[in-house]
Design a protein around this ligand. Sequence first.
Ligand code: SAM
Length: 80
Amino acid sequence: MKKINTLVCPVALSGSLDNSIRRWLQNPQKILSPYIAEGMTVLDVGCGPGFFSLEMVRMVGKFGRIIAADLQEGMLQIIT
Ligand SMILES: C[S@@+](CC[C@H](N)C(=O)[O-])C[C@H]1O[C@@H](n2cnc3c(N)ncnc32)[C@H](O)[C@@H]1O
């Protein structure tokens, strides 16, 4: 039977997902800009504390929509 990995990044470590080194290595604006434009509706599955979601909000503008989904309620509390 196939083993399923059920480990997730704990909410207590969510702060480690956003730091200057990561922003330099994985610049959200650079990564997302080929795919996201103003007015789009975008689903961010596994959004965590919002490293990518918050940049998405800026990119879609006031007529767009970001749906940020995470299985951990604690992550969603951070993002809102
Ligand atoms: C490593 S974190 C990355 C968070 C964010 N996307 C980032 O790049 O910083 C992965 C997140 O995905 C969430 N996650 C894992 N499996 C999921 C699932 N099946 N549905 C929704 N969220 C999930 C975890 O709770 C965790 O917050």
